[in-house]
Write a protein that binds this ligand. Structure first.
Ligand code: PLP
Length: 360
C-alpha cells in the first residue's frame, strides 16, 4: 500500500533528557534556566517544558505571552523574561504568575517603582559587558542596584545577568574580558550571577557561576557548526518527509524552476514533500545532502514551496513513500547550516506550522 507522509518533525524526549544530563555534568554546581523561547526553538514548548520541568530550576522565555502559555499548561517552576520585554501594565501579571524579569534600562526601573502590584517581583539586573545590545554599563551598576534595592515592589534577592557575544569563538579573549567585566562590576554585591548560555557552558567552565542558561544545546545542537555529537549531545529533532515520486531522468535535462541544475548522466530523480513553505531554505545549494535508505543523496535544482528534488542515481531502488531525513542524528543540522550559511538556530525556528510534530 502506498503511504506518503508530509513534512514531520519528530521530537525525542529521550534525547532531550540526555542533553540535560550532559549539561548537568558539564556544570554540576550551577542551577539551570532552560531557555524555551520561540516555541522551544521550534521543538514545541508544551512538550519540551513538561518533559524537562523536574530536571531544571527555571524556564527562560522572551515574551510575556510565552510565559503565560507555560503557566496555562501547568508549569509551576519560576519563569524568567530573558530580555525584560514587558510594559508597565504587565507588572501585576508578572507578580501574580511568579514571572521574574531582567531589568536593563531606566524606563523599566521607573515602571517598577510606580507600579501597583499584589506581590513582589524578582528581578535580575542586566549588565552590558561587551555585547552592547541590552544592559546597564558597569559604571551604572551601583546606581541601579541601590534603586532596585529601595523599590518596595521588588524582591530583596536581586540577581545579576550578562550575555556573551562570542562564547563560541575559542581563540578569542573577548569572553574572558566580558567575564572579568561582569565579576568586577558586581564584586561587592550579594546576589546570584548568570552569564553563560550554550557557548559558555561548553567552552568556558570558569563562567558557569550560579545559573546557566542553556538553549540550543538542550535541543542537541551546537552553538557553532561542529556536529553536536562531538560534545556528547543528541539531536532532539529529526526533520523528515517522504518521497512522493521517483522519476526516470535523461542526461542533459534540467530539473525544477529556472532549470538551474542539468543532469550530466541518466539518473533517477526523487521528489520529496518538503519545501520552503515548510521552512526548508529555498536558496540551499545543489549538492546539499538528505538521508534516504541508509545513504546521503544530494538535493538538485531549486527548492519549491512544497517539494524539493534529489538525485537518486540510476541504480536507485528507492520507492514512493520512503522516509527522507532532512536533518537529525543521521544528518547533523550543523552540516546543513555550514552548507547553507544559515545558522542552525535559524533553520529550526523557521520551520512553519504546516510541519507536523510527532512526539516520541
Ligand atoms: N540567555 C539569553 C539572554 C538569550 O538571549 C539566549 C538566546 O538567545 C540564551 C540564553 C540561550 O542561548 P543559546 O541558545 O545559545 O544557549
Amino acid at each position: 500500500m502506498m503511504n506518503v507522509k508530509p513534512a514531520t518533525a519528530k521530537i525525542s524526549s529521550v534525547a532531550l533528557k540526555h542533553n540535560i544530563q550532559m549539561i548537568k555534568q558539564k556544570a554540576p554546581n550551577s542551577q539551570i534556566i532552560a531557555v524555551v523561547k520561540a516555541n522551544a526553538y521550534g521543538h514545541g514548548v508544551v512538550f519540551v517544558s513538561s518533559v524537562i520541568e523536574e530536571m531544571v530550576d527555571c524556564f527562560g522565555v522572551a515574551r510575556l505571552e510565552e510565559a503565560l502559555k507555560l503557566r496555562s499548561t501547568g508549569i509551576t517552576k519560576p519563569i524568567l523574561l530573558l530580555e525584560g520585554f514587558f510594559a508597565e501594565k504587565d507588572l501585576p501579571i508578572l507578580a501574580v504568575n511568579n514571572i521574574q524579569t531582567i531589568v536593563h534600562n531606566r524606563e523599566q526601573l521607573t515602571a517598577l517603582q510606580q507600579a501597583s502590584v499584589p506581590d513582589k517581583i524578582k528581578v535580575w539586573l542586566k549588565i552590558d559587558t561587551g555585547m552592547h545590545r541590552l544592559g546597564v554599563r558597569a559604571d551604572q551598576v551601583d546606581d541601579f542596584y541601590q534603586a532596585l534595592k529601595n523599590c518596595p515592589n521588588i524582591d530583596r534577592e536581586i540577581g545579576f545577568v550578562s550575555h556573551f557575544s562570542r562564547a563560541d569563538e575559542l581563540d578569542s579573549d573577548y569572553t574572558e574580558k566580558q567575564l572579568t567585566c561582569f565579576l568586577t562590576a558586581i564584586q561587592d554585591k550579594p546576589g546570584e550571577r548568570s552569564i553563560s548560555a550554550s557557548g559558555g557552558i561548553l567552552f568556558w567552565p570558569q563562567a558557569h557561576l550560579d545559573w546557566i542558561r542553556p538553549g540550543i544545546i538542550m535541543y542537541g545542537i551546537s552553538p557553532n557548526n561542529t556536529p553536536s555529537r562531538e560534545y556528547g549531545l543528541i539531536p532532539v529533532m529529526t526533520l523528515t518527509s517522504s518521497l512522493i515520486a521517483v522519476r526516470e531522468h535523461k542526461k542533459g535535462e534540467p530539473v525544477g524552476y529556472g532549470g538551474r541544475w542539468i543532469s550530466d548522466k541518466d539518473t533517477k530523480i526523487g521528489v520529496v514533500a518538503i519545501g520552503y513553505g515548510d521552512g526548508y531554505p529555498r536558496d540551499i545549494p545543489s549538492g546539499t545532502p538528505v538521508f534516504l535508505n541508509g545513504r546521503l543523496v544530494p538535493i538538485v535544482g531549486t527548492v519549491s514551496m512544497d517539494m524539493l528534488t534529489v538525485d537518486l542515481g540510476v541504480d536507485s531502488q528507492d520507492r514512493v513513500g520512503d522516509e527522507v531525513i532532512l536533518w537529525g542524528k543521521e544528518l547533523p543540522i550543523e552540516e546543513i547550516a555550514a552548507i547553507s550559511g544559515i545558522l542552525s538556530y535559524e533553520l529550526i525556528t523557521k520551520l512553519t506550522p504546516r510541519v507536523l510534530t510527532e512526539y516520541i
